[in-house]
Design a protein around this ligand. Structure first.
Ligand code: SF4
Length: 344
């Protein structure tokens, strides 16, 4: 993979922040390049640097002016974090951008990618960067069909690149930029790959085996099942009814309000109550709420129903109703958060 360094030196596109060792310039350009293409960033970058040439100027700029300079790039929190970080650099680092990856990572708006880029490009620290371009090149080079959206896989890629940098004493700045540039201009995400012009083709597994266009693998997260429910919050004087849930879902065995599947109208609610031998004095529709579980989403329509006292044991859908006072609700029948969405 180290061949990418010589290739980068000879073939990289020229941008003002390339070959510029100034950490401030590298930091600003890397933040601007997040979610934005190089060509788009260029005029913004030049205007920004002309008006705010160093950390001190950035720390002192007014918020209005900062946002004006950022206007058009979107994701304005990036600009706000730049200023917050500049203030911290002035106050805690004597105005000098810290050199170490770990210290950079502590600054607002600087994540693993930016910390790696600034530490390696500006300060030649032996740390890798892992972005979409790098993941694509890495997956194809090693012929990996593992899911690049998986955090464990990203960590492994990081470790593998770190080993490559350390074991061969590579200039991490050039190596990282080389991989990113290769991903942007040669090892393209779609369409025709330019493998024949790639400096890594001799060692590239996916090129040799002929499946580069099938990589990298990105598994879309499993779609959650949406379940529509009607929730009955039954009040009788100062008590509220709960049931011990007997169904098959994740809340089985816990206490909750009675529910039925589907979204019922007020008339249907009244009929449902009657079929459970409950007589409603008043029915009040409450706000609809949603609760997201690991594999499903409950979309809940809720009704507050004031019911007449019932003699003997009342049931709802076959489950015994327990009318509990507020104190019991908090101490004995603690409701799962899916049911604690209404202030009743
Ligand atoms: S040979 Fe082709 S698939 Fe392999 S790294 Fe180069 S451009 Fe990507």
């Amino acid at each position: 993979m180290e061949r990418v360094i010589d290739w980068y030196i000879d073939h990289h596109r020229d941008f003002p922040f390339r070959n510029d060792p100034d950490p401030y310039h590298i930091w600003i350009s890397e933040i601007m390049l997040q979610q934005t293409r190089m060509e788009t960033v260029l005029p913004y970058y030049e205007r920004f640097i002309a008006e705010l040439p160093d950390v001190k100027a950035l720390a002192q700029v007014s918020d209005d002016r900062l946002l004006k300079l950022w206007e058009g790039l979107g994701y304005y929190s990036r600009a706000r974090n730049l200023k917050k970080a500049a203030v911290i650099i002035m106050e805690q680092h004597n105005g000098r951008i810290p050199e170490s990856y770990d210290a950079l990572l502590k600054l607002p708006g600087i994540g693993e990618y930016t910390a790696g880029a600034v530490a390696s490009i500006a300060f030649h620290q032996p740390v890798p960067v892992v972005d979409g371009n790098v993941l694509r090149v890495w997956s194809r080079f090693y012929g990996s069909f593992r899911d690049v959206l998986d955090n464990d896989v990203r960590k492994e890629v990081r470790t593998s690149l770190e080993k490559e940098i350390l074991s061969k004493s590579l200039d991490a700045g050039l190596f990282n930029q080389g991989l990113m540039e290769l991903g942007e201009t040669v090892c393209l995400p779609k369409g025709e790959l330019l493998c024949k012009a790639c400096p890594l083709k001799d060692g590239c597994t996916a090129f040799r085996e002929g499946y580069a266009d099938r990589l990298p693998v990105r598994k879309t997260p499993e779609k959650k099942t949406v379940v529509k429910l009607t929730v009955f919050i039954l009040k009788c004087k100062d008590k509220t009814a709960v049931v011990k849930r007997s169904g098959k879902d994740v809340l089985k065995g816990l206490y909750g309000y009675p529910v039925t599947e589907g979204h019922l109208t007020e008339e249907e609610v009244r009929r449902e109550l009657a079929s459970n031998h409950l007589d409603a004095e008043r029915i009040l529709r409450l706000a609809e709420k949603k609760h997201v579980f690991t594999h499903r989403i409950w979309e809940m329509k809720a009704y507050l129903c004031e019911v007449q006292p019932v003699s003997g044991g009342a049931c709802f859908g076959g489950d015994p109703l327990i009318f509990a006072a507020d104190r019991e609700l908090s101490e004995v029948y603690a409701l799962p958060s899916a049911f604690r969405k209404w202030d009743v």
